[in-house]
Design a protein around this ligand. Structure first.
Ligand SMILES: NC(=O)c1ccc[n+]([C@@H]2O[C@H](COP(=O)([O-])OP(=O)(O)OC[C@H]3O[C@@H](n4cnc5c(N)ncnc54)[C@H](OP(=O)(O)O)[C@@H]3O)[C@@H](O)[C@H]2O)c1
Length: 321
């Protein structure tokens, strides 16, 4: 079957590590099921995988991709929950110390077929297209949990989203607007600031720009490049929720500001299957849908990866096997 995969990672030149070609169709182990993929989406996670982050040599070759929607063996329209918990785990999926995401230990979704544990299959409501459903399991679920579970900020609060164009950032802006927050956004690009305003942001600022007032919560996925600004942007007692560090993982902690102003730093990763189901319900109830920057056949996956690596995207790349 056609797949986008990696046989040798490259920390310095991740795009050179991407292969698109034939791989054997995966066989479902006991308790797993096969899904024929209609649409998949790219995440920054796939670029990290090409660099070898979270993907040691002994697990290669590996089919990439966390997110997919398609048809299961019974002919039902489904999407796949990307968090694979360890056998016997019964708590919050994201807190299982042995959990993995699809494409970390088990072949991923950038392929004609994927196999997943039976519980990871989620029915797709007819109101949500396969392409939109394929954007949800990583970027949108992460955004849902950051804003609506972890931030502690009630609707009506002012929330700052660092970065405008990313998969998680566009999801945060759209979800925050739809659920009653005042949403501010930063971006390095004037064009993306305008796109964020069109998506529903109440105000957009250049990265690092001084804000007119402090905010109740900051949604942080950029890391080093924006961290100091995130802490300065918070009102006393405010919360920064962090789920990524695209620009680098080692910012100065500014501990004095943290303790003196009583700030909260909350780490967040992906979400649970139950939260994914609620996210789908939220999309159906509000009409909100993911922003798709471009849709490509899987055979042209390299174009999508290159655009993501160059920071050119506003929203998600959907791939069709
Ligand atoms: N923990 C989790 O469960 C989880 C889940 C999903 C994603 N993540 C992580 O979150 C990050 C974002 O993922 P994604 O898929 O949304 O990636 P993406 O689509 O490639 O988006 C990257 C974002 O980072 C911003 N950005 C990058 N470099 C920047 C810089 N130097 N200064 C300011 N902004 C910068 C971009 O904003 P502008 O171009 O608008 O400036 C854009 O919003 C990744 O590191 C990913 O690994 C973690």
């Amino acid at each position: 079957m056609l797949a986008a995969f990696v046989t040798q990672t490259s920390a310095d030149d991740p795009l050179s590590a991407l292969q698109v070609g034939e791989r054997p169709a995966p066989e479902p182990p006991q308790g797993w099921v096969r899904v024929r993929v209609e649409a998949a989406s790219l995440n920054h996670h796939d670029l990290w995988s090409l660099r070898g982050v979270g993907l040691p040599d002994e697990r290669l070759p590996m089919t990439l991709g966390c997110d997919g929607a398609g048809v299961d063996e019974e002919g039902r329209d489904v999407l796949v929950h990307a968090v694979v918990t360890s056998p016997g785990w019964s708590g919050d999926d994201t807190l299982d110390p042995r959990r993995s995401l699809l494409s970390e230990r088990h072949d991923g979704t950038l392929a004609a077929e994927v196999v997943v544990p039976a519980r990871n299959v989620v029915p797709r409501p007819p109101e949500v297209s396969a392409a939109h459903a394929a954007c949800l399991p990583t970027a949108w679920l992460t955004a849902y949990r950051m804003l609506l579970v972890q931030s502690g900020a009630a609707p009506g609060s002012t929330v700052l989203v660092q970065g405008a164009g990313g998969g998680v950032s566009t999801a945060l802006v759209a979800l925050a607007r739809a659920t009653g927050y005042r949403v501010w956004v930063t971006s390095r690009s004037e064009e993306k600031r305008q796109q964020a305003l069109a998506l529903g942001a109440h105000a957009a600022f250049a990265s690092g720009e001084r804000l007119p007032q402090q905010v109740d919560a900051v949604m942080e996925t950029v890391g080093e490049a924006t961290w100091a600004h995130s802490l300065r942007a918070l009102r006393p007692g405010g919360t920064v929720v962090v789920s990524g560090a695209t620009s680098g993982p080692a910012p100065g902690a500014d501990l004095q500001r943290l303790f003196f102003r009583g700030l909260r730093v909350v780490g967040s990763t992906m979400g649970t299957r139950e939260e994914l189901v609620r996210l789908l319900d939220l999309l159906v109830a509000t009409g909100v849908r993911p922003v798709v920057d471009r849709e490509l056949p899987l055979g042209r996956a390299a174009e999508g990866f290159a655009a993501m690596a160059a920071g050119e995207l506003f929203g998600k790349v959907v791939l069709r096997p």
